[in-house]
Design a protein around this ligand. Structure first.
Ligand SMILES: C[S@@+](CC[C@H](N)C(=O)[O-])C[C@H]1O[C@@H](n2cnc3c(N)ncnc32)[C@H](O)[C@@H]1O
Length: 164
């Protein structure tokens, strides 16, 4: 891969940090099988069913699906997390698994991620796409499902997860 493609794929401006395939397969085995990637292109989708930026996966219903979301990490990442929370709270059959930068000091982390069913902090740093270097930030896998009625005071299950 040449330098300019690599910069486009991995720059925090484009936000396109492609999920490592082996890591995705582990998530698919553990939390899937996923049947919707609402945040993709035809070249990088992880599922047969996907939405592109032109279709705007944020504006579509995710209900009844087992959804994998690795959103653009720039400004606007909060909208994807809010959507995941709201779609799962509106329906009992929907699961949304997100691969996120572990920005635990942000408002959206406290407003939404802390209401997730599970949060798994990844030990070490992922190598996104075909990168040879590890990412300059830590990641977490966040599982949203309908949690109403499960706990008197909801507390997410928190654990650490190995990289693939
Ligand atoms: C981090 S990449 C994830 C790609 C792939 N799904 C994966 O997991 O490796 C984020 C993708 O979201 C796409 N995207 C950005 N805004 C979008 C939108 N509103 N609706 C659907 N996809 C969007 C980008 O084109 C990019 O391919």
């Amino acid at each position: 891969m040449n330098k300019s493609i690599q910069e486009t794929m991995f720059s925090s401006q484009s936000g396109d940090w492609a999920t490592p395939q082996v890591f995705f397969e582990r998530l698919n085995w553990r939390f899937g099988p996923f049947n919707l990637d609402p945040c993709a292109t035809s070249h990088n989708t992880k599922c047969d069913n996907f939405y592109t930026e032109a279709e705007d996966g944020l504006s579509k219903s995710w209900q009844g699906r087992i959804v994998f979301v690795n959103p653009p990490y720039g400004r606007g990442v909060d909208k994807w997390i809010k959507k995941a929370y709201e779609e799962t709270q509106a329906d009992f059959g929907t699961r949304v698994v997100m691969l996120l930068p572990a920005r635990t000091d942000t408002k959206y982390w406290h407003d939404y991620v802390m209401k997730a069913k599970e949060i798994h902090f990844i030990k070490g740093r992922l190598k996104f796409g075909d990168a040879t270097n590890a990412a300059p930030f830590p990641s977490a896998v966040v599982v949203f499902e309908n949690t109403s009625g499960q706990y008197l005071v909801h507390m997410p299950i928190v654990s650490s997860m190995e990289r693939a």
